[in-house]
Design a binder for this molecule. Structure first.
Ligand SMILES: *Cc1c(COP(=O)(O)O)cnc(C)c1O
Length: 459
């Protein structure tokens, strides 16, 4: 039985002949346009027959087709303005890169490079040389190896040094970092046997001493990046672990997580372990992330003793964890900022950490004035930013927020997230708040336009 409305439904060919569609077709390619038109007409037919829907007119069908084509070809990964005040926001891609690092990555992407080619000798070289000299100078370590991320760095260290043997770690450090990264699971995956010592809140040197046996391959220390122990607690210092390791000829692996090359206390924050301090104290291997407090691209950095790094470099897993040329380019440029003593000015993460509250207040006031001029009431209020990214848990930096109230904050927030670029803000006491600390300076106009557009839809 044929539904009378069905006769109005165009064929795939006729839909594709519509002027609006013809114009856009070149942009999407013939095959995708045909396939999408077919799906659209099938669904429209089903809605007519099944739900007695009227047949849409040809302009509506053309618009629906174009919307589908745009949606299908738009990358799912899209830019976001981070107004949340969380500087290293893992869900929002962690560290924004310096301009120089961006340029270096673009250059590496644009053409060929000497990624694995020794230009002086005119023969095959190694990709693992590129950031090594910088890391050695900055951390004082003998050698360095760069892999895909810090989770991979820890896994590689354990697999190369302790597979089939025992690794001793304090119960207070059997942590979950987030995103499913749990130290006991990583140990198990590496094929090492976990030997946990001490208690959740207190571990003593004698606990490690008593656990050392013929099967022991390494001592592991994991920084408590994303939580803080307070009260009746005790952990063994790295220096003590290193001394114990030396007595028994055991390597000490220090997973710093974020790690930092700069002194966080100079920014009014608590001390976050510096990579060079762990190297100096004598850790055999130190691992840390490229995209947390270092402020570079996603990478896992391993620095330490030359003979041990050489073993890691030769391990088959290293090939599977290797980094891309654009990563190496961005990382080397970021490390260069530190070597020249310009990280605080050049690396966005440190610019954000170091931003003065008076400057943030001026920016928030500027936003409020701009909105007031077009009749949108907004206030400026003191607030707190956080470092995030599994670094400095519980630490905050005083900031100044732009606060919008009056409209339902959750609905306004949802509209801002749906915009392009999307905006992620924070709700504080029923007001939608925007922290200038994490909004890049060149995004001010985009942010204000996004706020106005999102409000338009709600009033
Ligand atoms: C963040 C973190 C990791 C994982 O690092 P990624 O670079 O995210 O893979 C591992 N260990 C610690 C202690 C961390 O804080």
């Amino acid at each position: 039985m044929s539904h009378p409305e069905l006769r109005k439904l165009p064929s795939v060919d006729r839909l594709l002949q519509q002027d609006a569609v013809v114009e856009a077709r070149g942009q999407f390619g013939h095959d995708l346009a045909v396939e999408t038109a077919r799906d659209l007409l099938d669904e429209t037919r089903a809605a007519i027959v099944g739900r007695d829907n009227p047949c849409p007119d040809s302009a509506e069908l053309a618009a629906a087709l174009l919307a589908r084509l745009h949606a299908a070809t738009r990358p799912t990964l899209q830019p976001v303005i981070n107004a949340s005040g969380v500087i290293i926001h893992t869900n929002l891609g962690r560290a924004p890169l310096s301009e120089d690092a961006q340029r270096a990555m673009l250059l590496a992407a644009e053409g060929y490079s000497n990624l694995e080619y020794d230009l002086a000798a005119g023969q095959r070289g190694s990709r693992y040389v590129h950031a090594v000299e910088l890391l050695r100078r900055l951390t004082g370590a003998e050698d360095a190896l760069v892999v895909n991320n810090n989770a991979a760095a820890v896994l590689l260290c354990l697999m190369a040094l302790a597979r089939g043997r025992e690794v001793i770690i304090s119960r207070g450090q059997l942590v979950e970092i987030g995103g499913g990264f749990r130290i006991p699971d990583v140990l198990q995956t590496s094929g090492a046997v976990l030997v946990e010592v001490g208690t959740t809140n207190r571990t003593h040197l004698s606990d490690y001493q008593d656990a050392i046996g013929p099967q022991t391959a390494a001592l592991l220390r994991v920084h408590s990046s994303n939580f803080r122990q307070i009260g009746f607690t005790a952990q063994v210092s790295l220096a003590e672990l290193v001394a114990l390791g030396q007595q028994h000829s055991l390597p000490v692996i220090d997973d710093l997580g974020s790690g930092t090359l700069l002194d966080t206390t100079r920014f009014g924050l608590v001390y976050e372990p510096r990579v060079q301090d762990s190297v100096q104290v004598g850790a055999t291997l130190v691992t840390f992330s490229g995209d947390k407090l270092l402020g570079g691209p996603q990478a896992g950095l391993i620095v330490g003793q030359a003979a041990v790094i050489a073993r890691l470099r030769q391990h088959p897993l290293t090939r599977a964890l290797r980094v891309d040329k654009t990563t190496l380019a961005g990382l080397a440029t970021t490390l260069g900022h530190y070597l020249r003593g310009q990280a605080e000015q050049q690396v966005p993460v440190w610019r954000m950490i170091g931003a003065r509250q008076s400057d943030l207040a001026a920016r928030a006031a500027g936003w409020a004035a701009h909105l007031a001029a077009v009749g949108v009431p907004a206030t400026v209020a003191d607030g707190q930013s956080t470092v995030g990214g599994g670094a400095l848990p519980g630490e905050t930096l005083p900031t100044c927020l732009l606060a919008l109230s009056g409209l339902p904050a959750d609905r306004l927030a949802a509209r801002l997230r749906a915009g392009q670029p999307a905006v992620v803000a924070r709700i504080v006491d029923d007001a939608l708040c925007f922290d200038p600390r994490t909004v890049l300076p060149e995004q001010d106009d985009l942010l204000l336009a996004a706020i106005l557009a999102a409000r338009q839809g709600l009033i």
